[in-house]
Design a protein around this ligand. Structure first.
Ligand code: ISE
Length: 347
């Protein structure tokens, strides 16, 4: 393809609007040609970002318009399956914000539809894989210079959550990221998930029981603990400490300006994920655009999205279960075999 990739952004909420702005200002070789959003005020606000895009109230009209080469789905997760099936039916490349869909059955339907079309068209927006520090940590794991990886201690802290955030979203909206990135980091697959509850935070909204401690066991013996804490108050933190046989590595420590003032030392912390992962989002969308133009994908596949959906289902069960909940994954379909992104374990 010699011209810019003409992208339809579907959903103009927080992430959709962020991607419209990103494609318009930061991404090379792509333009936003369509904004699909049923809410007219949101649609108008996204169109106002100055992209020259056409507004549509529904995806069918956008796909029939002839102005779309690729689709970025940024609607809430419950609408992903329908959108993905429509885009697959017309054979366009698609970047789908996480999760692929909200449960294993619908994710599998999407995988089957992609396989039936004979081409990998779906990339799932697990942006942590595009964060430089995560990539460096993965290189350290795969390179083996610190010996074998034994444990990961992950901290996933949000200052607060909106009123619509319910208990299962601790897993399906938040820990969902660890279910993608941890196997990718460790070159392994998830074997079981367990949830434990520490003392409750008085700041936690009535309807939630958190923080939670999630224990993820991988099939290579690596054990991962994730502190999932959505009432942390002070800021947004996503950190990991990796414990190797011959050393320790950390990512996600606060960076940037260090200030000494009034007898104190301070470093600013992020307020939310749009700044913490802003470079990762940029790199993810650029890689997707370049790959789409070359007729391929450059990140987590639909099958990766399906595996995460299976882990989330186990995680949701673990919220109400004492002890580990097993995770059972099918063999990798031939269609996806060898196309995975796990050196040392090509699934
Ligand atoms: C949100 O939807 C995200 O995807 C963020 O990365 C995560 O940190 C947050 O917990 C989710 O609610």
């Amino acid at each position: 393809m010699t011209h810019d990739l003409r992208v339809a952004v579907v959903g103009a909420g927080m992430m959709g609007a962020d991607h419209v702005r990103r494609i318009a200002t930061t991404i090379a070789g792509a333009t936003v040609s369509a904004v699909v959003e049923p809410d007219s005020a949101r649609r108008a606000a996204a169109l106002d970002l100055g992209t020259g895009a056409v507004g549509f109230a529904d995806l069918d009209a956008a796909l029939e318009s002839g102005v779309v080469d690729a689709v970025l789905v940024a609607t809430p997760g419950q609408f992903h399956e329908e959108a993905l099936l429509k885009v697959l039916a017309v054979g366009l490349p698609v970047l789908c914000e996480k999760p692929l869909t909200q449960d294993p059955r619908s994710s599998w339907r999407v995988v089957e539809a992609e396989m039936a079309g004979g081409r990998q068209l779906i990339q799932v927006g697990f942006m942590r894989r595009f964060d430089r520090e995560y990539q460096d940590l993965r290189k350290l794991v795969m390179g083996g210079s610190a010996g074998e990886l034994m444990m990961l201690h992950a901290r996933h802290r949000n200052p607060s959550v909106s009123d619509g955030y319910g208990q299962t979203m601790l897993i399906t909206d938040s820990v969902v990221h660890e279910f993608d990135v941890v196997p990718w980091l460790a070159g392994a697959v998830v074997r079981s998930v367990e949830v434990k509850y520490p003392r409750r935070n008085a700041r936690t909204p009535e309807r939630l029981r958190e923080p939670i401690l999630v224990l993820i066991e991988l099939d290579n013996g690596v054990l991962v603990d994730v502190e999932m804490n959505v009432s942390a108050g002070f800021g947004y933190q996503v950190q990991t400490e990796a414990v190797f046989e011959q050393g320790v590595a950390r990512i996600g420590e606060p960076g940037g300006l260090q200030a000494w003032q009034h007898g104190r030392f301070s470093i600013a912390e992020h307020a939310d994920y749009t700044t913490r992962f802003s470079e990762a989002y940029d790199r993810q969308v650029q890689a997707w655009v370049d790959a789409a133009k070359a007729g391929t994908i450059a990140g987590p596949s639909a099958f990766d999205g399906y595996k995460v959906a299976v882990c989330c289902a186990a995680g949701v069960k673990a919220l109400e279960t004492t002890g580990p909940v097993p995770v059972e994954l099918p063999d990798v379909p031939t269609f996806y075999a060898g196309r995975g992104d796990y050196p040392g374990r090509r699934d």
